[in-house]
Design a protein around this ligand. Structure first.
Ligand code: BES
Ligand code: ZN
Ligand code: ZN
Length: 502
């Protein structure tokens, strides 16, 4: 897909050439001066006339009429050079690649040096190019009958860079590609309907991933789960004809199995709400209730590609949440693997039940740090909207590391507090140690507090992605539908992770 070359020349033949344009007085200064000269200064005239814009995210296509080797030039507006960032670059490139996708061009070149500033170097830019290409042009094919028209899409992208050695640019493109691909895999898992992605399907997917990247894999079936006493997880599965799966993947990047990071993802393949059943409008879209699992699997794919020097155990409790004569019901009391008993007040608060046993199991596999990701509550949408992931923690230094990774990944995150008063509400039950639904006040927070009861003293961060896992609108880095949120944050968090002094 990518070719990297030093030595950019105007005569090089391409279907299209992509150059970046900063908004500043000497518009065709620096490396682009020779391009303008070749057009006898007419490009400058076009900029002055407003036909080529250097405003951030402006995309303008100009035919070259044989004046240079490339048939057409795409100018990507980059705005003010001083305000330029990696994420601005990535979004602008996303917009560009969407246009190229619509244009049916199959081959193009990018002149990378035209995008560089003091803040964004050639390696950053290369990462942005490949990641943006994958994210922006992602599509979920769905299940329509196929049309016979052959699809024309970008197949070869030559990246010219004269400021960084070719092999380093190529390496950065490969990493960006892995991040894009892992995120897109997560999107596809989330977009897949519940009848086509059961817990068994998700387990099979994980086994395949393990084979490809040499992860250790363990799939617990119903009998294993019963043996381990995971009563909270089993309760959620009780009404289903589909067997539950506890999926475990292990990646060892250090000589010893220590400083282990546990990534735990909610894998509810469809959430009806159970007997606390959802409304006929609220239930639509609940195939996305495995968005946490998808983010963890997507991150594991990136980890498999980039192979950081870290130890990771991924744990995914997967089942649907159905009703039947066998289903669990409000007032039931269940015993979790940790020994703590739980009074079920709401069967629609199932995520925290499956996560309770998954968090306990991650610790059994040696996890010393925990990050759980879950489409857990409508409450987080009320609190933070649909563009910001809600976070809770029992360990600020660990949260700082997750937040830093989110910044780097360009994913918005905001912390909600876990005060003793809300922990108390989770611990209030007349018949059990805990209750799974202490009322709707601050319910994103009490859901987090509930999971915290199982993390206990292990440093832990909880990420509620109920609002961010899907998007109702297309955006520069992807279409409407699943976003793959937190895939890149988790992968970066793992890559940069520093053990915390205890
Ligand atoms: N899967 C839902 C949360 C959700 C809501 C995800 C909207 C995506 C979009 C979760 O299992 C749930 O039903 N939570 C309840 C909790 C309540 C019963 C305490 C909710 O948010 O209403
Ligand atoms: Zn639910
Ligand atoms: Zn749910």
């Amino acid at each position: 897909m990518f070719q990297v070359k030093n030595g950019w020349e105007l005569t090089q033949k391409h279907e299209g050439l992509v150059v970046g344009l900063f908004d500043k007085p000497e518009k065709f200064g620096r490396q682009l001066a020779k391009l303008d000269e070749q057009f006898s200064g007419q490009l400058t005239e076009l900029v002055k006339a407003g036909d080529i814009s250097a405003k951030l995210n402006a995309i303008n296509k100009v035919h070259s009429f044989g004046k240079i080797g490339a048939k057409r030039i795409w100018f990507v507006g980059l705005g003010k050079e001083k305000e330029f960032t990696f994420h601005k670059l990535e979004k602008a490139l996303g917009k560009l690649f969407k246009e190229i996708k619509g244009s049916k061009v199959t081959e193009a070149a990018v002149y990378l040096d035209s995008f560089l500033t003091d803040q964004v170097d050639g390696l950053d830019a290369a990462h942005a190019v490949s990641e943006a290409l994958l994210l922006a042009t992602y599509q979920f094919d769905g299940y329509r009958q196929k049309s016979n028209e052959p699809e024309r899409k970008l197949e070869i992208l030559t990246v010219y860079c004269d400021t960084v050695p070719e092999d380093e640019v190529a390496a950065s493109l490969t990493v960006g590609y892995a991040f894009g691909k892992g995120t897109n895999s997560a999107r596809t898992l989330v977009n897949t309907p519940g009848n086509m992605l059961t817990a068994t399907d998700m387990a099979n997917y994980a086994v395949e991933l393990a084979g490809k990247y040499d992860f250790e894999v363990e799939i617990l079936d119903k009998a294993d789960i019963e043996k381990l006493g995971m009563g909270a997880f089993l309760a959620v599965n009780q009404g289903s004809t589909e067997p539950p799966k506890m999926i475990v993947l292990k990646y060892q990047g250090k000589d010893e199995w220590k400083d282990v990071i546990g990534l735990v993802g909610k894998g509810i393949t469809f959430d009806t709400g159970g007997y606390s059943i959802k409304t006929k409008t609220g239930i639509v879209g609940m195939k996305t209730d495995m968005g946490g699992a998808a983010a963890v699997l997507g991150a594991m794919e990136i980890i498999g590609e980039t192979r950081p020097e870290q130890n990771v155990v991924a744990v995914i409790p997967s089942t649907d949440n159905m009703i039947s004569g066998h289903a669990f019901k409000p007032d039931d009391v269940v015993a979790s693997m940790s020994g703590k008993t739980i009074e079920v007040l709401n069967t629609d608060a199932e995520g925290r039940l499956v996560l309770a046993d998954a968090v306990t199991y991650a610790k059994h596999h040696g996890a010393e740090y925990l990050v759980d990701v879950a489409t857990l509550t409508g409450g987080v949408i009320t609190a933070l909207g649909v563009n910001t992931t809600g976070a809770m923690t029992n360990n600020e230094p660990l949260y700082e590391q997750v937040l830093e990774a989110a910044h780097e990944a360009g994913e918005q995150m905001w912390q909600l507090p876990l005060f003793e008063s809300e922990k108390e509400r989770v611990r209030t039950s007349k018949v059990a140690d805990l209750n799974n639904s202490p009322g709707s006040e601050g319910h994103a927070i009490v859901a987090g507090a509930f999971i915290g009861e199982f993390a206990e003293s292990t440093p832990w961060v909880h990420l509620d992605i109920a609002g961010t896992a899907t998007s109702s609108k297309a955006h520069d880095l992807g279409p409407a539908g699943a976003t793959g949120v937190m895939t890149r944050t988790l992968a970066l968090f793992v890559e940069r992770f520093e053990p915390i002094e205890k």
